[in-house]
Design a protein around this ligand. Structure first.
Ligand code: HEC
Length: 99
């Protein structure tokens, strides 16, 4: 009895972990180095451009501009070079979800 119900219980736990991860507010790797300058909440007013709530496509495009040197910056051109395209995509999607 116990042996047969165990896998079912594991499946339930795993399913709940998976669905939690999908809606997770936890930032992807690397995002914490952005939030020190770019607030994670669009409501925060700072002199640094606000990127929370912005579309992921727009943030990715700007990051690529900095990364390739097409767009000049004071810090972002140097910073962007340290991130892979996949990391930039994940961070941009996370910022887009911040409300
Ligand atoms: C040290 C502070 C700092 C950090 C850390 C930082 N940024 Fe920036 N970011 C800036 C500043 C300042 C600008 C304005 C451009 C410039 O001077 O480089 C900017 C500009 C941008 C822009 C363009 C916004 C616009 O409207 O023009 C994007 C997109 C961006 N940053 C994304 C990121 C992401 C993603 C990260 C993390 C990987 C990050 N930034 C980390 C300071 C920072």
């Amino acid at each position: 009895m116990r042996a047969t119900s165990f896998p079912a219980a594991v499946a339930v736990v795993l399913a709940s972990i998976a669905s939690e991860a999908a809606a997770s507010p936890v930032a992807p790797a690397g995002a914490s180095s952005c939030t020190g300058c770019h607030a994670a909440s669009p409501g925060v007013d700072t002199p640094i451009p606000r990127i929370a709530g912005r579309s992921a496509a727009e943030t990715v495009a700007q990051m690529q501009g900095f990364k390739t040197g097409q767009r000049k910056g004071t810090v972002m051109d140097r910073l962007a070079k340290g991130y892979s395209d996949a990391e930039i995509q994940a961070i941009a999607e996370w910022y887009a979800q911040q409300k």
